[in-house]
Design a protein around this ligand. Structure first.
Ligand code: IMP
Ligand code: MG
Length: 183
């Protein structure tokens, strides 16, 4: 990335560097590998769009058989606050794949908890054998919905961040680091 293109991106400071991200991902990957060491049929359910980047890096280091599936769950409509309604675009095919399996839900950030809680409810209704959650960031805020996170990357303060899959109006996801948005 050129210096000019970086300057056009509205961030105050880098909160988590590329190197730190890699270290955190490595640690979570080890935890996930240890937990699923005996698993023969797990499903990674990646929440789009944000978790795509984290999931790619995490799953690259996984040492057990895992199927990757994607679920579109949207709670943000272009603002920096959750609007409180979660839209899940599911399919009958996906519901059938999940039934009876060990499911690892992968998300980018746990903020209000509304998205994850809606997704967990949806996954539960698919009757999996087990559900675990893996989230890269947790904001230190009073969550509207409490979710137990089984594999967590890092906790951050209540700031709006971009990069490593996290967007502002669908932009800046491609940044290799996580930065605090400045607008
Ligand atoms: P929650 O439903 O409020 O927990 O938020 C979950 C979703 O909101 C995430 O998957 C993100 O897409 C989005 N989100 C929450 N906080 C941030 C942020 O700081 N930056 C970018 N997206 C965020
Ligand atoms: Mg988003």
């Amino acid at each position: 990335m050129t210096k000019e293109s970086v300057q056009k991106i509205p961030y105050e400071k880098i909160l988590i560097s590329e190197r730190q991200i890699q270290q955190v991902v490595r640690r979570i990957t080890e935890q996930v590998n240890a937990y699923y060491a005996q698993a023969d049929e797990a499903i990674a359910l990646v929440l789009l769009e944000g978790a795509r980047y984290f999931a790619r890096d995490l799953l690259a280091g996984v040492q057990f058989p895992i199927q990757t599936e994607y679920l579109e769950a949207d709670s943000y409509k272009g603002s920096t606050r959750s609007c409180g309604t979660v839209e899940i675009r599911d399919s009958q095919k996906l519901r059938q794949k999940i039934e009876g399996k060990q499911v690892l839900v992968i998300d980018d950030i746990y903020d209000t908890g509304l998205t994850l809680s809606a997704v967990m409810e949806w996954v539960r209704a698919c009757r999996p054998a087990e559900i675990k959650t893996c989230v890269f960031l947790e904001k230190r805020v009073p969550h509207q919905k409490q979710i137990s996170i089984d594999f967590l990357g890092m906790r951050i303060e209540d700031v709006f961040v971009i990069g490593y899959g996290l967007d502002y109006q669908n932009r800046y996801r491609q940044l290799p680091f996580i930065a605090v948005l400045s607008i």
